[in-house]
Design a protein around this ligand. Structure first.
Ligand code: FES
Length: 142
Protein backbone atom coordinates (compact mmCIF):
# COMPACT_ATOMS: atom_id res chain seq x y z
CA UNK A 1 0.00 0.00 0.00
CA UNK A 2 3.12 2.19 -0.13
CA UNK A 3 2.14 3.85 -3.42
CA UNK A 4 -1.32 4.75 -2.18
CA UNK A 5 -2.16 8.35 -3.09
CA UNK A 6 -5.21 9.52 -1.16
CA UNK A 7 -7.96 11.72 -2.49
CA UNK A 8 -8.46 14.57 -0.08
CA UNK A 9 -11.16 17.22 -0.19
CA UNK A 10 -10.62 20.52 1.62
CA UNK A 11 -13.59 22.85 2.03
CA UNK A 12 -11.89 26.25 2.38
CA UNK A 13 -13.58 29.50 3.28
CA UNK A 14 -13.07 32.26 0.76
CA UNK A 15 -11.83 34.87 3.23
CA UNK A 16 -9.06 33.11 5.12
CA UNK A 17 -8.19 29.50 4.34
CA UNK A 18 -8.60 29.86 0.57
CA UNK A 19 -6.54 33.04 0.63
CA UNK A 20 -3.90 31.25 2.69
CA UNK A 21 -3.82 28.46 0.08
CA UNK A 22 -3.53 31.09 -2.63
CA UNK A 23 -0.69 32.75 -0.77
CA UNK A 24 1.12 29.41 -0.52
CA UNK A 25 0.84 29.15 -4.30
CA UNK A 26 2.03 32.72 -4.87
CA UNK A 27 5.06 32.12 -2.65
CA UNK A 28 5.73 28.81 -4.38
CA UNK A 29 5.27 26.86 -1.17
CA UNK A 30 4.11 23.52 -2.43
CA UNK A 31 1.59 21.22 -0.83
CA UNK A 32 0.40 17.80 -2.02
CA UNK A 33 -1.74 17.72 -5.15
CA UNK A 34 -3.84 15.10 -3.35
CA UNK A 35 -5.66 18.01 -1.71
CA UNK A 36 -8.53 19.27 -3.86
CA UNK A 37 -9.85 22.58 -2.65
CA UNK A 38 -13.51 23.51 -2.75
CA UNK A 39 -13.97 27.19 -2.07
CA UNK A 40 -16.98 28.09 0.04
CA UNK A 41 -18.14 31.56 1.14
CA UNK A 42 -17.83 30.51 4.79
CA UNK A 43 -17.27 27.14 6.48
CA UNK A 44 -20.65 27.67 8.15
CA UNK A 45 -22.11 26.69 4.76
CA UNK A 46 -20.48 23.25 4.96
CA UNK A 47 -22.98 20.83 6.41
CA UNK A 48 -22.43 17.35 7.78
CA UNK A 49 -24.06 15.96 4.62
CA UNK A 50 -21.34 17.58 2.45
CA UNK A 51 -18.63 15.87 4.47
CA UNK A 52 -20.39 12.50 4.30
CA UNK A 53 -21.03 12.89 0.55
CA UNK A 54 -17.35 13.60 -0.09
CA UNK A 55 -16.39 10.43 1.78
CA UNK A 56 -19.11 8.42 0.08
CA UNK A 57 -17.95 9.64 -3.35
CA UNK A 58 -14.41 8.40 -2.79
CA UNK A 59 -12.50 10.92 -0.71
CA UNK A 60 -10.13 9.18 1.70
CA UNK A 61 -10.00 12.24 3.93
CA UNK A 62 -11.90 15.50 4.22
CA UNK A 63 -11.18 18.69 6.08
CA UNK A 64 -12.83 21.99 6.62
CA UNK A 65 -10.56 25.03 6.80
CA UNK A 66 -11.95 28.30 8.04
CA UNK A 67 -10.93 31.57 9.58
CA UNK A 68 -9.33 31.69 13.01
CA UNK A 69 -11.81 31.46 15.85
CA UNK A 70 -13.37 34.87 16.43
CA UNK A 71 -12.48 36.02 12.88
CA UNK A 72 -15.31 34.44 10.84
CA UNK A 73 -16.73 37.07 8.49
CA UNK A 74 -20.19 35.66 9.14
CA UNK A 75 -19.85 35.73 12.91
CA UNK A 76 -19.67 32.07 13.94
CA UNK A 77 -19.63 29.96 10.78
CA UNK A 78 -16.36 28.30 11.76
CA UNK A 79 -17.80 27.33 15.16
CA UNK A 80 -20.78 25.77 13.38
CA UNK A 81 -18.43 23.93 11.02
CA UNK A 82 -16.35 22.60 13.92
CA UNK A 83 -19.54 21.21 15.47
CA UNK A 84 -20.42 19.47 12.18
CA UNK A 85 -16.93 17.99 11.99
CA UNK A 86 -17.26 16.64 15.53
CA UNK A 87 -20.64 15.13 14.67
CA UNK A 88 -19.18 13.39 11.61
CA UNK A 89 -16.22 12.10 13.61
CA UNK A 90 -18.67 10.40 15.98
CA UNK A 91 -20.67 8.99 13.07
CA UNK A 92 -17.51 7.58 11.50
CA UNK A 93 -16.55 6.01 14.80
CA UNK A 94 -20.00 4.38 15.02
CA UNK A 95 -19.47 3.00 11.51
CA UNK A 96 -16.08 1.60 12.47
CA UNK A 97 -14.18 4.14 10.36
CA UNK A 98 -11.22 6.17 11.59
CA UNK A 99 -12.52 9.55 12.83
CA UNK A 100 -9.15 11.08 11.87
CA UNK A 101 -10.35 11.04 8.27
CA UNK A 102 -12.21 14.26 9.02
CA UNK A 103 -10.72 17.42 10.51
CA UNK A 104 -11.34 21.07 11.21
CA UNK A 105 -8.55 23.60 10.69
CA UNK A 106 -8.32 27.35 11.14
CA UNK A 107 -6.07 29.81 9.33
CA UNK A 108 -5.70 33.51 8.82
CA UNK A 109 -5.29 34.79 5.27
CA UNK A 110 -1.58 35.32 5.97
CA UNK A 111 -0.88 31.72 6.97
CA UNK A 112 0.16 30.35 3.58
CA UNK A 113 3.07 28.40 4.96
CA UNK A 114 0.99 26.93 7.76
CA UNK A 115 -1.74 25.98 5.28
CA UNK A 116 0.78 24.08 3.14
CA UNK A 117 2.28 22.39 6.21
CA UNK A 118 -1.17 21.32 7.47
CA UNK A 119 -2.09 19.96 4.00
CA UNK A 120 1.14 17.96 4.00
CA UNK A 121 0.56 16.59 7.50
CA UNK A 122 -3.07 15.67 6.80
CA UNK A 123 -2.07 13.91 3.57
CA UNK A 124 0.59 11.90 5.41
CA UNK A 125 -1.93 10.96 8.10
CA UNK A 126 -4.44 9.72 5.51
CA UNK A 127 -1.70 7.85 3.63
CA UNK A 128 -0.89 6.03 6.86
CA UNK A 129 -4.58 5.14 7.36
CA UNK A 130 -4.88 3.77 3.82
CA UNK A 131 -7.89 3.95 1.48
CA UNK A 132 -11.23 4.79 3.04
CA UNK A 133 -13.59 1.87 3.72
CA UNK A 134 -15.91 3.32 1.04
CA UNK A 135 -13.29 3.18 -1.71
CA UNK A 136 -12.18 -0.28 -0.55
CA UNK A 137 -15.78 -1.49 -0.84
CA UNK A 138 -16.05 0.04 -4.34
CA UNK A 139 -12.82 -1.56 -5.56
CA UNK A 140 -13.92 -4.97 -4.23
CA UNK A 141 -17.28 -4.64 -6.00
CA UNK A 142 -15.61 -3.99 -9.38
FE1 FES B 1 -14.17 32.16 7.10
FE2 FES B 1 -16.66 32.08 8.11
S1 FES B 1 -15.84 33.50 6.72
S2 FES B 1 -15.05 30.66 8.35
Amino acid sequence: MSNFEPEIVAFCCHYCAYTAADMAGTRRISYPSNVKIIRVPCTGKVDAIHLMKALEKGADGVYVAGCLEGDCHFKNGNIRAAAHVEKIKKTLEDLGWEPERVAMMNFSAAMGEKFAQAAEEFTEKIKALGPSPASQATSQAV
